[in-house]
Design a protein around this ligand. Structure first.
Ligand SMILES: Cc1ncc(COP(=O)(O)O)c(C=O)c1O
Length: 471
């Protein structure tokens, strides 16, 4: 199958409740396909399913599909050619297809002896090293009744206090402590997403979300992004049309694009979630790594009645290896997830929770320290790129740990293969695209030590020159 071939089943799943609305059935079908084209879900060059196949999958007559395709062709949205079917109009770009499960796993697959530019795992900041070294576990807090699947009571209180301090009213019953943010994400997806459900996410996003949804048999519909993150107008259209089971967003210093959603857009996301009753996973894992001192408050602070599930961890500002994360949700959902997590792994490691309490007591300082370190590391990366990859472009992020760099030509996946032969492992569009997207970006984390980063970018530059010469 051609990379841009859209099967009848996939198209039908993306169309949502298209039969509702005004006009003939054919007109409604044509409008629903047009919305997917305008929303970026269908891309130039994508081949739509044969009329007969789409008719069978959507339970309408072939004549309805023929009329809908004719309407789209008349509007210039599709092109029809004898022998090559119906394609979305416009120049075909090299693209990554959606639904490749296990994309996140690729980030853990650096080749032996290669420089790993796959993962955004920061070094432990100096203050955290000191706190870890000096830590004495308060064992009196760790008696058997404290191995609650929701987490140590004192830790849940401490986390609730931190939420309140940033303006988000929170009780300890709203907190579930997890083994890292990723466990929180999978628990929520497992609880709220079933086979055939649609989940909305930024079109470029963390694969821990897309893979979890794929494992549940759900479909991720990527929402287009602007220079400021999620396009909220497109989100509203998708909310209304697709009736999603969940929205997953990473609005503050997004991994991988580094974008930060402005206040007005954050407010609208919270409003839309409340209006449509769609639960939101708000991933704040990198929110605290900020280069201008701005750490936006949670979406939950924008509208307290919106069904927002906030996910955080100590991974990006203290120690990823500690595996401590948490979520904040309404107490009923927390209770339900507590049951699910008890089945998965009983409860979070108690020694890790006790140590996390010491780190959380210094959270602000640790975040500031790690922000300073990574702001400098970003400057170094920009200098290195000016030398080794001068024709690439990237909007400088205001926070976070990665640069989303665009290749002027060629395929990011093909470049990654050449880079591997030069001893550097990188990931890009193929790992982070939620739905069909151009295969033209590489994510460059700036978390490696300076000399490792310098060598990694020098190797990537050599790989790029070799690859570019073949185009
Ligand atoms: C956006 C995002 N969400 C979640 C995670 C998972 O975090 P944790 O290490 O706390 O499980 C990561 C880790 O890289 C991430 O970048």
């Amino acid at each position: 199958m051609h990379a841009g071939d859209v099967s009848a089943e996939r198209l039908a799943a993306r169309l949502g409740r298209w039969t509702h609305g005004e006009g003939t059935l054919a007109a409604r079908l044509s409008q629903a396909v047009a919305a997917l084209i305008h929303g970026g879900e269908l891309r130039p060059g994508d081949r739509l399913p044969a009329e007969r196949a789409l008719a069978a999958t959507t339970s309408v007559s072939r004549g309805t599909v023929v009329a809908a395709y004719a309407d789209l062709a008349e509007g210039g949205l599709v092109e029809r050619r004898q022998g090559s079917g119906t394609r979305v109009a416009g120049a075909a770009a090299s693209a990554v297809p959606p639904h490749r499960p296990g994309r996140g796993e690729a980030l853990f697959s650096a080749l032996p002896n290669a420089i790993d530019l796959l993962r955004t795992v920061p070094q432990i900041p100096e203050l955290a090293v000191q706190l870890i070294t000096e830590h004495t576990p308060r064992l009196e807090l760790a008696l058997l009744p404290e191995t609650d699947p929701a987490g140590l009571a004192v830790l849940r209180e401490q986390i609730a206090d931190l939420f309140r301090a940033e303006g988000t009213p929170t009780t300890p019953e709203q907190i579930l402590v997890t083994h890292g943010a990723q466990q929180a994400i999978s628990l929520v997806v497992n609880a709220l997403v079933g086979p055939g459900d649609v989940v909305l996410a930024e079109e470029i996003t963390w694969p821990g979300v897309t893979d979890s949804v794929g494992l549940r048999g759900g479909t991720v519909h990527g929402i287009p992004m602007t220079a400021d993150g999620l396009d909220v107008d497109a989100l509203e259209v998708a909310m209304a049309r697709l009736r999603p089971a969940l929205l997953a967003v990473n609005p503050h210093h997004q991994n991988p694009t580094g974008t930060r959603l402005p206040q007005a857009a954050r407010h609208r996301v919270a409003e839309l979630a409340a209006q449509y009753g769609v639960p939101v996973i708000e991933d704040r894992v990198v929110a605290g790594i900020s280069f201008d001192g701005v750490v936006p408050p949670s979406l939950a602070a924008e509208r307290p009645d919106a069904p927002v599930i906030v996910v955080e961890s100590v991974s990006k500002w203290a120690w990823a290896g500690l595996r401590i994360g948490w979520l904040r949700a309404d107490p009923v959902l927390v209770r339900r997830l507590r049951g699910a997590r008890q089945l998965a792994d009983q409860s979070t490691s108690v020694p890790a929770q006790l140590l996390a309490m010491d780190l959380l007591a210094h959270a602000d300082e640790l975040k500031r320290q790690n922000s300073r370190i990574h702001q400098e590391r970003l400057r170094l990366l920009q200098d290195l790129m000016a030398t080794h990859l001068p024709d690439w472009s990237a909007a400088p992020p205001r926070g976070g740990l990665s640069l989303w760099a665009r290749l002027p030509v060629g395929s990011a996946a093909a470049l990654a293969r050449v880079a591997a032969t030069h001893g550097v492992s990188v990931a890009g569009s193929a790992e982070f695209a939620a739905s069909v997207s151009p295969d033209d970006h590489i994510r460059i984390p700036f978390t490696a030590p300076e000399e490792v980063l310098a060598e990694g970018i020098a190797r990537l530059g050599a790989a790029w020159r070799e690859y570019r010469a073949t185009l």
